[in-house]
Ligand binder design. Structure first.
Ligand code: MV4
Length: 503
């Protein structure tokens, strides 16, 4: 058994990992930057060590500093969480060289899946369907790509081999516009990843994004834990994820088939630990391997809710060399779960990130509600890291119950002092297309206008009510104006009442 695990991350996921350690009786070690001196993960862990200045480059991305701390405090293992060092093969290798267990796959599997063109070729050779596109793994020149493009056919997508997450991605509709797009894609990939290499795929229009969670032990046993549907995204940032996928809930045979293929893709790189296989599913229900994420994902809780399996604990047990405790037949999907990512950002103004102090925080609870959070009342949100501050997850016996619980929980959740995307989520949960489970990857971009219009309509309504009240006040009053609504509009007002009641 590990005695001590260093958590090479911050925020909600560091807290999540520390919780798993606590339940397993393992000491947890936090690391923190200047901006995170007061962070929740530092308070929650058993020990905490200072890393460096706030920018991630000088703190959470410093592999050497983190390894030095791990040695100094006597950690048996390092959990990288997601982001930062989670998918860096060189870091996994450095841990191994230092005699510290990296809680994740082998460096070779991270590297094979990290190059998206190599990943395509590797899984295709194992019989996994991939989107038609460039074959092989060599670095192709612009001339070669321009020669291959007409054979693939338009529209197509230029993607970065070091990519994932849509960076360096370009839609191409004709050969004429392609040279310029190749240049700009290479430039963006070079800036983002220090690697301008690119490859081509046929564009699959109106596709859904469905990913399979897998767990693999060190003895070659691999199972999948069903899927997550993550089609609600904005600029490749996921906002809502759910399990099961509404599409696969209606097509259990398709789920079984995709699950088998996901396991095969993991086998192709000798995968160990938790991982995710991303697929695109087109309008005719053909599915294609997109990429594999060789880490624990942000949206892992929805899988935990429907399978009852604690993925972080399983990751730790696998890293300790334990065999999987269940086979594929043992894994059952029960009910439905949804996750809303709570971001400190203003959805009414182009989702601009918000910073500042959380003045008040009221957290939801009750049946089927889970909150994975990195914040508390008094916590200061800084501009250094991504805007995800919490994840609200609900479970229901049916998707409808999960949605109703999510609405209820979002209304209970009060974050005062910093704007969040909670209004976006509430609008989304009332959208008929979302309720019907009919969202493809273009949903937010195509329907966000409607969501924002709602916001503008509310603003216009508020202005009209204010004007009416002002006019009313200016007249001799016979009756005091009174009104009520299901949910008080202003969080400040709500807090005021709360504090007044407690006086
Ligand atoms: C695609 C695609 C359509 N056809 N590939 C975006 C992020 C990256 N992981 C892959 N992405 C896509 N690849 C082909 N051949 C459409 C997307 C895509 C997308 C995928 C998942 C979720 C949201 C998306 C939004 C726009 C485009």
């Amino acid at each position: 058994m590990f005695k001590k695990i260093l958590i090479a991350n911050r925020g909600e996921i560091a807290v999540r990992i520390a919780r798993a350690c606590r339940e397993l009786g393992i000491q947890s070690v936090a690391v923190y930057s200047d901006a995170d001196r007061q962070a929740l993960h530092v308070r929650y862990a058993d020990e905490a060590y200072y890393l460096g200045p706030s920018p991630a480059r000088e703190s959470y991305l410093c592999a050497d500093k983190i390894l030095a701390i791990a040695r100094k405090c006597g950690a048996d293992a390092i959990h990288p969480g997601y982001g930062f060092l989670a998918e860096r093969a060189d870091f996994a290798q450095a841990c191994q060289d230092a005699g510290i267990v990296f809680i994740g796959p082998k460096p070779s599997a991270i590297a094979a899946m990290g190059d998206k063109a190599v990943a395509r070729a590797t899984v295709a050779a194992a019989g996994v369907p991939v989107v038609p596109g460039t074959e092989g793994e060599g670095n192709l020149s612009d001339e070669e790509l321009l020669a291959i493009a007409p054979q693939i056919g338009f529209p197509l997508l230029i993607k970065a081999t070091a990519g994932g997450g849509g960076k360096g991605m370009r839609e191409v509709h004709s050969l004429e516009e392609m040279p310029d797009l190749l240049k700009s894609a290479r430039r963006e990939a070079e800036a983002a990843f220090g690697d301008g290499n690119i490859y081509l795929e046929k564009l699959i229009p109106g596709a859904r994004h469905i990913e399979f969670q897998i767990l693999a032990d060190q003895f070659g046993n691999i199972v999948h834990l069903g899927e997550r549907e993550c089609s609600i995204q904005r600029r490749h940032q996921k906002l809502v994820e759910e399990s099961p996928s509404p599409l696969l809930a209606e097509n259990p045979d398709l789920r079984a088939q995709m699950g088998k293929v996901a396991v095969r893709a993991a086998q192709a790189v000798g995968y160990v630990n938790a991982g995710t296989i991303e697929f695109l599913v087109d309008q005719n229900r053909n599915f294609y391997f997109l990429e594999m994420n060789t880490r624990l994902q942000v949206e892992h809780p929805v899988t935990e809710m429907v399978t009852g399996i604690d993925l972080v604990k399983e990751q730790i047990l696998i890293a300790m060399g334990r065999p999987l405790r269940f086979s594929q037949e043992d894994i059952q999907i029960h009910g439905a779960a949804i996750e809303c990512r709570i971001n400190a950002e203003d959805p009414a103004h182009n989702f601009i990130p918000m910073i500042g102090q959380i003045r008040h925080l009221f957290t939801p609870a009750g049946p089927g509600v889970r909150l994975d959070s990195g914040i508390y009342a008094g916590y200061e949100i800084t501009p250094y890291y991504d805007p995800l501050i919490a994840k609200l997850i609900t479970w229901g016996e049916s998707r409808v119950e999960a949605i109703q619980r999510m609405r209820r929980a979002l209304e209970e959740l009060r974050i005062v002092g910093v704007q969040t995307n909670i209004p976006f989520h509430l609008a989304l949960l009332n959208n008929p297309r979302f309720i019907a489970g009919q969202c493809d990857t273009s949903f937010v971009d195509n329907h966000l206008v409607t969501l924002q219009n709602n916001d503008e309509k509310t603003a216009a309504l508020l202005a009209a009510i204010t004007a009416a009240l002002v006019t009313h006040r200016q007249r001799p009053q016979t009756v005091a104006p009174s009104y009520h609504s299901a949910r008080p509009i202003s969080a400040w007002k709500w807090v005021g009442r709360w504090e007044y009641a407690l006086r």
